[in-house]
Write a protein that binds this ligand. Sequence first.
Ligand SMILES: [Fe+2]
Ligand SMILES: [Fe+2]
Length: 185
Amino acid sequence: MPTVTSPEQLFEHELQDIYYAEKTLTKVLPKLASEASDAELSRAFTSHQKETEKHVRNLEQIFTKIGKRPEATPCPGIDGIKKEHDEFVEDTMTSAKMLDAFLTGAASRAEHYEIAAYTGLVTQARALGEREVVPLLQENLKQEKDALKKVETISKRLLKDASNGSKRSSRSSSTRARSASTSRR
Ligand SMILES: [Fe+2]
Ligand SMILES: [Fe+2]
């Protein structure tokens, strides 16, 4: 059983947790890019995948700077977000458009998780006087925030397009219903 009784140990634990999460995301993001039908969404996943590779390297640098070996500890938080995605994709009858909209939500959940982790890590690093690791943590944090904004913008566009589309089709079907009842008279 690992021991965490000091702020230094807690900081190391939290680093190991996000290190696991980032490594997991480097494998998940290419899958999301191939599942997305929307070109902008797919590109967003691919470009965040490259950023995520850098997040992993930044974390490795941080471990080295604090004199620790990079080690990942399983993170059930990110595993859970991944599982929600996997189950939806495997078990749900959906359309390409609704899958895209779903993927933006799954991505937002992951970004919020990472943002919470890095915000906490920056606070911990400052409190511990580990000044030289703060810029590396902030670089990761900023890219997570930018990725979240991008995916939220795409999500708004997708949902607006989709609801306009469904309004149009329900209008045209009610027109059909009316004309059918007129012709019956
Ligand atoms: Fe990341
Ligand atoms: Fe991210």
